[in-house]
Design a binder for this molecule. Structure first.
Ligand SMILES: [Zn+2]
Length: 304
């Protein structure tokens, strides 16, 4: 078995697609029921990892893919996937109908933040897919997995306005995309992920609160992996987001770069005071784009 694939109960496979060439940065999922489905594709440069993981499971064809949202680290490889599996249908927020056949705007939005050069090197270019292969999601829609099992699409804005979360009631798994935040190797705590232009605290909290009504055993997040204690993680995420907003609000006189440096200093100090080991701190801090976080929070604060 390919070590980049981890099997969970109830036919759920987690696939590490080695985003930016690094392990444990981005997880895709595959539910191997009678009507199987892939959740997320990862960025273009990760496509070879995705395919080799699927092939190690004996999967020769993909017919359905569900995408949590239109950020390129989640959807960037979709054109590559549909080139290989021409029958693949992509389930995504309705904005996907407009952007996936003409991904220039998705590309520009991200390259404005990361620069085009960085994006090409680390995530790779997104290829278009045809409109006929896209199915837009509705809140509450059921995607059939088995005769007695559905994957429910739940509209979940706050991180992005085009975000869906997928709930598998049968296994109690919530495929959360970026709605919770980030949990990196060896850590068991959540670091917020609040990018511009859509991050909105009230909207995100409403989304997170709505999950409290579901019977959840585990959260399957994009960055990274499957985690138990879902309700504890959700309340922890909310607390951290509140703390971050307060912190950024108090340093409004600083430039974005200066504020980012302060945020990193403050986080490192907090993590150390919680007795988190240096390796874990390095993973959390090293994988963050903190200027983007500052932009996201400042954009939210200006609008409110
Ligand atoms: Zn995202």
């Amino acid at each position: 078995m390919n070590t980049d694939v981890t099997k969970f109960d109830d036919k759920i496979y987690q696939i590490d697609v080695h985003m930016e060439g690094k392990p444990q940065r981005m997880s895709c999922y595959y539910i191997d029921t009678s009507d199987p489905i892939l959740i997320e594709v990862g960025p273009s440069n990760s496509f070879p990892y995705l395919i080799s993981a699927l092939e190690s499971l004996g999967i020769q064809d993909i017919k359905r893919t569900a995408i949590t949202h239109l950020h390129l680290d989640h959807v960037g490889g979709i054109g590559h996937l549909n080139e290989k599996y021409k029958e693949n249908f992509v389930y995504v927020h309705e904005l996907g109908l407009k952007h996936l056949p003409n991904p220039e705007r998705l590309w520009k939005a991200v390259s404005d933040v990361y620069t085009e050069e960085w994006l090409k090197k680390n995530w790779g270019e997104i290829k278009p897919i045809s409109l006929e292969n896209i199915k837009s999601l509705n809140d509450g829609a059921d995607l059939k997995l088995d005769s007695n099992r559905n994957l429910k699409a739940l509209y979940s804005p706050g991180h992005a306005k085009h975000h869906y979360t997928f709930y598998d009631e049968y296994s109690g798994t919530l495929f959360m995309g970026d709605t919770l935040g980030l949990i990196y190797p060896h850590g068991d705590f959540v670091q917020p992920n609040l990018p511009p232009p859509d991050f909105n605290k009230e909207t995100l909290f409403q989304t997170l609160d709505s999950f409290e009504n579901l019977e959840i055993n585990q959260l399957a997040i994009a960055h990274f992996g499957v985690h138990k204690k879902p309700h504890q993680l959700i309340s922890e995420a909310k607390e951290s987001i509140d703390n971050w907003i307060m912190f950024i609000n108090n340093i409004e006189h600083l430039s974005d770069d200066e504020a980012s440096a302060e945020l990193v200093k403050w986080l490192t100090k907090n993590y150390k005071s919680l007795n988190i080991d240096n390796e874990t701190i390095k993973n959390y801090i090293g994988n963050g784009n903190f200027v983007m976080q500052i932009n996201g929070i400042r954009n939210y604060l200006t609008k409110n």
